[in-house]
Design a protein around this ligand. Structure first.
Ligand code: KG4
Ligand code: ZN
Length: 428
């Protein structure tokens, strides 16, 4: 089947079309995915000015970008078939107007474009329901509801974090061919590390999630971003810290570090699977304050109130080492306790080179542990992962009707769709 998926939970507007077949765990009929189209617009440059994501702006940008992105995605998948007749393909605009009542810019673009194309040959629409920024989620949901209504396609609400957990099901080969996806041996442990989440998940069966640990304060991506801001690095800070750390890591291969910057590893040895990053963040704050005091006193040979590049690199390296050590230790502990056969990583922070490599090296330690790490391009937010999670949810719930799904050929009504709500705190 072909799934069109939409992701607007934060600062990326993304739409993809996946061709999916097969059943999880069925060797005769394995799961295969092919990417027919994948489009993403990042709002990073817009939010940079504010040092973080500004929800009202994110909502406005999604509303502006959704139709152009949809058009591009349909073109890429060769599903953008124009209609020559001028009449609307659906009976009235009233329901669309109701659904997009709060998105007037999007409604205008929707009514300009959608009636000009034939209903694309897709089987379902997957949409991120949460967690995320509610104003941003709502734009995507309302858009998906309107498409579902006029195209008469079932709508599959997807949990963004399940998308991250299943993102290693797709590889870059899927862009050109139908690629067999990974199998998972259970029990499996999932480690979710993103801008809003740091969680350890136990999976005893496919699509059954039990949270066994989480951060008690900041999420790891948030800590990366805040530490970056303390060093006057632009948003999002994760990739910036990662770059600086990498430079210093290479330098230190041939020489000893010039300072002894040392940061704490909070909750490293606690007897649970929880995390805490706010103490680490505060330790960086005080470290920087003290270093700047020394700088102003001329001790470090610099009279400006700015950290020298070398020191920023060393802080970045030590911070990256500290969080990596914590993530590894907690994951290993969970793997041992639950005798997990698979470790699944997901979330934007797994785009980090050092963290990836550290986890990759876990599997070379001679254990039978299988480690699933998403490709870097599918680690940060994207619509492909929403399509994957949507496919599995659809397969599991079919033939039970999903929200908005009616018997073939029957028009869905707005009341079928009305129940779907954005949920900024949606749990797995
Ligand atoms: O999953 P994601 O794209 O969005 C959320 O669902 O939150 O994750 C975004 C987070 C940001 O905090 C960003 O700084 C972090 O992932 N991130 C990184 C790297 N790339 C993105 N953190 C560390 N190293 C990276 N290379
Ligand atoms: Zn995410």
């Amino acid at each position: 089947m072909k799934i069109l998926s939409i992701e607007t939970s934060c600062d990326e507007t993304a739409i993809s079309i996946l061709e999916a077949k097969g059943v999880f765990g069925d060797a005769e009929n394995p799961v295969k995915f092919k990417i027919l189209a994948n489009t993403l617009i990042s709002q990073i440059d817009i939010h940079k000015e504010y040092g973080g994501v500004f929800p009202a702006l994110a909502k406005r940008e999604h509303a502006k970008n959704l139709i152009p992105i949809l058009r591009k995605t349909l073109e890429e998948a060769k599903l953008n078939n124009q209609i020559t007749k001028t009449k609307n393909p659906w009976e009235s605009n009233t329901q669309v107007e109701e659904i997009l009542e709060r998105e007037s810019d999007l409604l205008k673009l929707f009514l300009e474009y959608i009636p000009t194309i034939k209903i694309p040959e897709i089987d379902a629409i997957a949409i991120t329901q949460g967690p995320g920024l509610e104003p941003a989620l709502w734009v995507g949901i309302n858009f998906a509801k309107a498409l579902s209504l006029v195209w008469k396609k079932p709508l599959i609400p997807v949990n963004h974090m399940e998308g991250h957990l299943l993102s290693s099901f797709i590889g870059s080969e899927s862009k050109t061919q139908s690629q067999k996806s990974k199998e998972i041996e259970f029990p499996a442990i999932g480690l979710l590390i993103s801008g809003g989440h740091t969680e350890l998940i136990l999976m005893e069966k496919f699509r059954e999630y039990k949270k066994i640990g989480q951060t008690r304060d900041d999420a790891i991506g948030e800590a990366f971003d805040k530490v970056a801001r303390m060093m006057d690095l632009p948003y999002p800070g994760g990739p910036e810290i990662s770059k600086l750390a990498q430079i210093q890591r290479e330098k230190q291969i041939d020489s000893v570090p010039s300072t002894n910057i040392k940061l704490p590893r909070p909750m490293l040895n606690t007897d649970n699977f929880d995390f805490s990053f706010s103490g680490l963040k505060t330790a960086v704050l005080y470290l920087i304050k003290n270093l700047k005091k020394d700088l102003l006193a001329g001790k470090a040979g610099n009279s400006r109130n700015e950290l020298p590049e070398e020191i920023k690199e060393e802080i970045a390296l030590e911070f990256e080492n500290a969080v990596t050590e914590i993530l590894l230790k907690k994951s290993e502990k969970a793997i041992a306790k639950y005798q997990a056969k698979t470790l699944i990583l997901g979330g934007g922070v797994i785009a980090n080179n050092h963290i990836r490599q550290s986890f990759e090296s876990l599997s070379s330690r001679g254990t039978d542990l299988e480690i699933l790490i998403p490709e870097r391009e599918f680690s940060t937010d994207n619509a492909i992962m929403i399509g994957i999670a949507g496919y599995f949810k659809y397969m599991e719930q079919n033939p039970k009707p999903l929200i908005g799904q009616k018997k073939k050929g029957q028009l869905q009504t707005a009341t079928d769709l009305v129940n779907l709500q954005a949920n900024g705190n949606l749990k797995l």
